[in-house]
Design a binder for this molecule. Structure first.
Ligand SMILES: Cc1cc2nc3c(=O)[nH]c(=O)nc-3n(C[C@H](O)[C@H](O)[C@H](O)COP(=O)(O)OP(=O)(O)OC[C@H]3O[C@@H](n4cnc5c(N)ncnc54)[C@H](O)[C@@H]3O)c2cc1C
Length: 465
């Protein structure tokens, strides 16, 4: 049996796991990072979601990563809005959704504000002036992030490994985990950036819509439901000189695209002129969970092919593009959330940072309440950024485990806003910094000095107000 011992283990190498491992290592912590896939990046790489929508607060590690990518020609760009189906310009061909185009006039700080508009339908001019995002080449991003982690000299990365069992030495402490190759990892502190540790350790998890009574949310339904945000399989198209409608394989009827319900796509230009295509939801969250990932991926692929064929037939400009790549993983917006010492909820989002009274805010965000594939009442733009308390990272009853990522302590409404990649990375940065402090002072995660954690984050350029 192979045994590896580290002060800190981070499980899951997506946005949150990267933020956690990098922050901890930079603060001097020897860290092992365990990732199921063959490349770091998680949803932002392996599911093709290589876009960072505008969001407040992404000033820490996401900015550091952007600065590295900026040095590499063609690795990343800032985009602004192009055409939008809600505001057709009669001098331009119609577009099936929202188009975002590389905008060399913009810089990273232009991507740090979302809130304060009424949204694209009611407030188009302001939205156009204010909303800008980042797009990057996923493989270059993954390689750079890996290099940044290794450059610290303190991170060991294990790819193609999953956690199969958790061993506790008391009710509130994880002692070790077993990986699928029988390696045993022992650590003093753990950061779970995918949810597997919390689940296997027996932490309470929530899934679906929470009832209004659960967190006293004004727009939650009266009764809980199993409804989850929809999933999407991202694809990439590349320009071509010849106009062609690519034929559909015989086993994929055009009718398998659910066009009637979900007619729009978000289409973002890469620096090389390719397009990142996101058909917003391609399948409901419940339909994705039922048959398992492989079956769901195969069905989503059929829908991508059918949808692409339809786009080429109905919108002639797409005949000058070829379908180049379909992401190897489905983009999943929501599965479950871990019950934590505090559950961020709609009231926090509506109060905003000026109305919240928490003294343990470790990240901010301002993304809208954003529901895909259904009509939830709570949906819409926010008027100011809100803060995310440290307690949202502490699973109830655990002393050496933090959760960071979209599985952290959020109500389902809060999760619909809070899940953006850069916000998840900031949660990871806070969790990694908390691990460094805990090691230094030999304390349990719930007992760390919050003032010290916030000062550490501010020293790392994290915007907290
Ligand atoms: C279709 C879609 C479009 C989106 N659009 C945007 C956008 O435009 N802008 C934006 O900012 N955000 C967007 N988001 C949200 C954002 O991409 C995700 O919420 C965010 O990337 C989640 O980061 P994470 O670190 O929590 O999880 P992930 O990125 O999912 O990382 C979890 C990691 O854990 C690994 N893992 C899982 N199980 C195990 C295990 N047992 N052992 C080891 N490793 C494991 C996974 O392989 C993965 O790498 C979108 C999401 C989707 C699905």
């Amino acid at each position: 049996m192979n045994e590896i011992i580290y002060p800190l283990a981070v499980i899951g190498g997506g946005s949150a796991g990267i933020g956690a491992a990098l922050a901890a290592a930079r603060l001097g912590v020897e860290t092992v990072l365990i990732e199921r896939d063959g490349m770091l990046g998680g949803t932002a790489v392996n599911a093709g979601v290589s876009c960072w929508e505008p969001v407040a607060g992404a000033t820490g590690i996401p900015f550091d990563i952007y600065r590295e990518l900026e040095k590499i020609p063609g690795a990343a760009g800032i985009y602004s809005m192009g055409r939008h189906c809600c505001h057709p310009d009669h001098n331009e061909p119609p577009f099936p959704g929202g188009e975002s185009i590389i905008d060399p006039q913009r810089n990273y700080s232009d991507t740090l504000l979302r809130c304060g508009t009424k949204g694209i339908v009611a407030d188009a001019a302001r939205v156009r002036a204010q909303w800008h995002g980042v797009i990057f080449e996923p493989e270059i991003y993954a390689a750079n992030v890996q290099r940044m982690l290794l450059d610290t000299g303190r991170v060991r990365i294990l790819l193609h490994r999953t956690v199969t069992a958790v061993h506790k030495n008391s009710i509130d402490r994880i002692d070790a985990v077993t990986l699928d190759d029988d390696t045993v990892i022992r650590a003093r502190y753990w950061i779970d950036a995918c949810g597997v540790l919390a689940r296997l350790a027996g932490a309470e998890c929530l899934a679906g819509e929470d009832a209004a009574g659960e967190f006293q949310e004004p727009d939650a339904p009266r009764k809980p439901s199993s409804r989850l945000n929809g999933v999407t399989l991202i694809f990439r198209i590349t320009p071509d000189k010849q106009a062609v409608v690519e034929p559909l394989p015989p086993d994929v009827p055009e009718s398998c695209w659910w066009r009637k319900d979900f007619p729009v796509m978000s289409c973002v230009e890469y620096p090389d002129g390719d397009r990142n295509c996101n058909m917003l939801p391609l399948m409901s969250g419940e339909e994705y969970l039922a048959p398992g990932e492989d079956t769901a991926w195969a069905e989503c692929r059929r829908r991508v092919l059918a949808c692409w064929h339809h786009l080429q037939r109905e919108y002639p400009e797409f005949r000058f593009f070829r379908l180049q790549w379909i992401a190897p993983r489905i983009g999943v917006r929501e599965t479950f959330r871990v019950r934590c010492e505090y559950m961020l909820n709609e009231n926090d989002l509506l109060q905003g940072i000026s109305g919240q009274t928490h003294d343990d805010i470790i990240a901010i965000s301002d993304h809208m309440m954003d529901v895909h594939g259904g009509s939830r009442k709570a949906c819409g733009e926010l008027q100011q950024p809100y803060g995310i308390p440290y307690r949202c990272l502490i699973p109830c009853g655990m002393s050496n485990l933090l959760v960071a990522g979209r599985i952290a302590g959020f109500s389902s409404i809060a999760a619909s806003s809070c899940r953006l990649s850069r916000t998840m990375m900031q949660l990871g940065q806070a969790a990694g910094s908390a691990a460094a402090l805990s090691l230094e002072t030999s304390c349990r995660f719930p007992e760390i000095d919050i003032g010290q954690l916030r000062r550490s984050l501010i020293d790392q350029n994290v915007q907290l107000f």
